[in-house]
Design a protein around this ligand. Structure first.
Ligand SMILES: Cc1ncc(COP(=O)(O)O)c(C=O)c1O
Length: 447
């Protein structure tokens, strides 16, 4: 399944009145997140991955603190990839013990932040290491801060595996492929674990982190990667059990307690509900079966970190028509006040999202309509849709925009950020803000 089929596969009707009310009260463009949908998605995921599974919400999908606060209230932790996302998680009330820090490329300032929090007695749940060089900087910082000594806690770390699989998704999302920039090969990880780079009391190697890709159309790559990660954890444990003498390179190797080496974070990637899309429980069952067939068990500490599944279907981007021009092909060309600066996925990936006219109702018949954004880029388009004849001021809602939408906006063309509103089960609308003082573009300032 590609994300191009998301909208087509699922019959969704917009909560029209609420969306129109949001537009009237807060102006357009405005994102409306239907919390009934978030709750339903979270409940399905919680049923599929019940404890002992640890559930971390991947903030990159939508880092609006109010959403994270809601999920945290249901017991979810947070997976963040930058100091900015960490601040958003903290603003949402998530404490460090429930936050995993897992960005691909971390600056010294980000590593310092995590080390400083740990030294202050507020260790994060873990930090995911992406390379040997990153490990070396982290180890130096941990030593300098005296982590693991004099009553200071150590920092738990996972090593990110590139599982070298072919994920069943579009190439842009296939981060578990061999050529991707994400994670280390199993050989690199074994060498890093033996090298002594993580030795000492400050860093505690807890296990493996893996993420296959987003919007997965099948369970196979997820399972293959999961078997690879659990197998690698078993190899690390076996080497450690055998002791330094088992490998000459391990003489200065990590000396942590074997019992701590107990964690695999299997990542996210669960697709939105659709006819052919596997449900979360199918991923879990297939993984357990694949592990069984490989002679492996789930390790004691297991985690997932979905983003899209929790919020994707819940989001509506409500926009106003700026102008509509009749034509012959397409029959109507419509320019909205929302475009790639508010929702970049169609321009970036060619993803397709259903569009609904909130007014008028379509009684006058539907026209082949090119739905365009207002930005000075020809790729700023939502594609072709069947819509009624539209006029300036009419409202159009674009569906399934809750993930990688509001958190992925840009200021191009001098455009201000869109409004963000939560729709609660009682029909009330809550306007929400992101924390001010978002990270500057060049260097992340520390709190
Ligand atoms: C490491 C990692 N974990 C989790 C996710 C969340 O993926 P999804 O939103 O598809 O669940 C991503 C998305 O890019 C990721 O890179």
């Amino acid at each position: 399944m590609s994300s191009g089929t998301i909208a087509a596969n699922r019959e969704v009707r917009p909560p029209g009145q609420a969306l129109s009310a949001a537009a009237a009260r807060f102006g357009t463009p405005v994102y409306v997140t239907d919390m009934v949908d978030v709750a339903a998605a979270a409940a399905r995921m919680e049923a599929a991955f019940a404890p002992p599974w640890q559930r971390l919400y991947s903030l990159k999908a939508n880092d609006l603190p109010a959403i994270t606060t809601y999920l945290h209230g249901r017991g979810w932790g947070a997976s963040v990839v930058s100091a900015g996302e960490w601040r958003h998680a903290r603003a949402a009330g998530v404490t460090n013990e429930s936050v995993a820090f897992e960005g691909l490329g971390k600056t010294d300032a980000q590593l310092e932040l995590v080390v400083r929090e740990t030294a202050a007695g507020r260790p994060l749940r873990w930090l995911g290491i992406e390379s040997g060089q990153e490990a070396a900087v982290l180890a130096r910082l941990a030593r300098a801060a005296g982590l693991g000594r004099d009553g200071r806690p150590p920092l738990d770390v996972l090593l990110r595996l590139n599982p070298e699989v072919e994920p069943e998704t579009r190439p842009e999302f296939a981060v578990g492929a061999r050529a991707s920039k994400f994670g280390m090969s199993s050989q690199e990880i074994l060498a890093l674990a033996r090298s002594g780079a993580l030795a000492g009391p400050g860093l505690r190697l807890r296990g493996i982190h893996v993420h296959v890709g987003s919007d997965l159309g099948d369970v196979r790559a997820f399972c293959l990667a999961g078997v690879g990660a659990v197998g690698l954890l078993a190899d690390l444990r076996a080497e450690r059990r055998a002791g330094p003498g088992s490998d000459p390179r391990a003489e200065a190797g990590p000396d942590g307690d074997l019992a701590w080496l107990d964690t695999v974070d299997f990542g996210g990637g669960f697709p939105l509900p659709a006819e052919q899309a596997p449900a979360p429980g199918e991923f879990r069952d297939a993984l357990v079966l694949a592990l069984h067939e490989a002679g492996l068990d789930l390790p004691p500490r297991v985690a997932i970190e979905p983003g899209r599944y929790l919020v994707g279907a819940a989001g509506w981007l409500v926009s106003s028509v700026l102008h509509a021009r009749p034509g012959s092909k397409p029959a109507q060309q419509v320019v909205l006040d929302a475009g790639m600066t508010e929702f970049i996925r169609p321009a970036l990936y060619g993803s397709r999202h259903a569009a609904h006219a909130l007014s008028p109702d379509g009684a006058a018949g539907l026209l082949d309509t090119a739905l365009e954004g207002p930005v000075c880029e020809s790729t700023d388009s939502f594609g072709r849709h069947l819509l009624p004849p539209l006029r300036r001021g009419d409202l159009v809602a674009i569906g399934q925009t809750g993930a990688y939408g509001a958190s992925f906006t840009s200021r191009y063309n001098g455009r201000p950020p869109p409004g963000e509103v939560l729709l609660w089960p009682d029909g009330s609308l809550q306007q929400c803000e992101r924390p001010t003082g978002s990270p500057p573009a060049t260097k992340e300032s520390l709190p």
